[in-house]
Design a protein around this ligand. Sequence first.
Ligand code: HEC
Length: 453
Amino acid sequence: MSPLFHTSGRATLAGALFLVHLSSLVSAQESAVVPLFDTTTKLEPPTTVDTAEALITRIGDRVRDRHARESKFKAYDHYLSFYWEQRSIHLEFVDKIARGGNEILVNIRSLTPLNEPNFRSFYRGLNTVAEYHENLIAAEVAPNHYSVKLAHHATERRPLEVGDQIEFEFSPFLASPKNGRSNYYGTTMLYVVGKGIVPWMGVGERQESIPLPESALLGGGTTISRQYSGEPAERFKQMAGNISPQSAQPFLLGRRLHHTNMLDGTHSEQPNPVFREQAGKLGPHYVARSCIACHVNNGRSLPPAPGEPMNNTVVKVASDETGTPHPRLGTALQPRSTSGVAEGSAHIQRYELIVGKYADGEEYELRKPVYEFVGTVPRFFSVRLTPQLVGLGLLEAIREHDVFALADPEDEDGDGISGRANIVVDSENNKRRLGRFGHKAGQPRLRQQIAGR
Ligand code: HEC
C-alpha cells in the first residue's frame, strides 16, 4: 500500500494536496473554454419516456418510393421529388405491454391530411418481399393524427408479449398534397415489445428481420438498418436510425439546401423545382455551386486526376506559415467566378514516388502530389480533401469535458497517438471554445465551419 494511505495526518494532507493539484491542472485547460451547450440550452423532447403505465418511444420518418427489400427497383433509400414538403411523419409507440398492460397504441402524426394510411406489421414475404400478415388502416382520431392498436401476434396467434419482434411499415397516403405524388411507403422498422425500435438485418430465405447485433451498432442508437435495396451511394444520406420526430422535418429542409445549386437554385436530383430564394447567392468568386458538389454523396472526395481542375477540394492559401490571409487570394483559392477576373487555379501536375522500407524490411511506395498553380502562386498552401458528412450534429453535442478527458498530448498511454484538444475562437461572440470540425479541429461549431467555406 502507498504510504499516502497511512493514518498519519501529514501523509493524508500531502495526498489531498496532490489530488487538488492534479484536478486543477485538468480544469485549467477545460475552464479556458466556454461550453457550446449548457443547462440553458433548449433540448428536444425525449424520444423514450418510461412511465408506470407504458414505455413510450418516438421516432421521425419520411416517405419512401418502394419497400426495403426490393433490390431490383433500387428505390428505397433515395429521395423522391418534394421530399421536404408535407412529407415527414411522427410515430409514437405507447407500449402498455411493457408495463403489464395488453396493447400497444401507435400514434401517427402528419403535416397534412392522410387518406386511409396503411400500417402493415409482421413481415410475411412469401410471394413478394412487400407482404405483411397484418394490414391495418390507421383511424383518424384528430386532424393529422391517426392511430392503430396492436395486441396480437399475427403469426403465432396469441397475445403480444415483452420481447416479441414486430416489423412494421407505415404508408402515409397523402390526401391532397400541394405538389408531387400522393402515395408512398415508409421506412421498414423493427419494434421490440418492451424495448423500442432497433436497427435490423434480414436472415434466411425471406430475409426475416432480426435486431442488428450489438457489435454492428457502429453509430449506437443512430445506426441505420442494413440496406437491401442496392443503393450504396445513398447510405451517407439517411436520417439517423433513431431520429426524433422534431428533427425529421428540419433534416429534410436542410437536405434540400445542401443539394441546391446557389447559382440557379436547381436541385441536384431531378425532377425537383428550382429553389428560387437560394438562386443568385453565389460568387463573385467560388469553388463549387452546391454543398453536394464537393461532398459527393456526403462521402469523401477523391483527388482529381493530374491536370484536372480541383473543383471538389479546398486549397487553403496564406502569405505566411501562421495562416495570414493572402493579400489577393484571401484564405482559400476560388478558381471560378460569376463576374470579373477569376483568382486563378491549381491542379495536380504529377505524383512524386517516395520509396522506403518498414522496420521489418518490407518495401513500400507512397505517392505525393505535386501541385501547379495557374495565375497567382501563393507561397503557402494546404490542400484539403472533402470529408464525409455523417452524424456531425452528434459530434457537436459531445460534452467538452469528455473530449478533454480523452486528450493525451504526451502519449502517456503509449498507443502512438498524442491527441490534443484544440482551443479556438467562436467568431459569433469571441468566446473560446473547444475545436471540433475541419482540419485539426479548427472550427468550434457546424455553423462556423459551414459559413467559413
Ligand atoms: C469546394 C468544396 C466544398 C464545398 C462547396 C463545401 N464543402 Fe464542406 N468541406 C470541404 C472540405 C475540403 C472540408 C474539410 C475542411 C478542412 O479540413 O479544413 C469540408 C468540411 C466540412 C464540414 C466539417 C466536417 C468535419 O468532419 O469536420 C462540414 C460540416 C461541411 N464541410 C459542410 C458543408 C456544407 C453544409 C456545405 C454547403 C453549404 C459545404 N460543406 C460545402 C469542401 C467543401
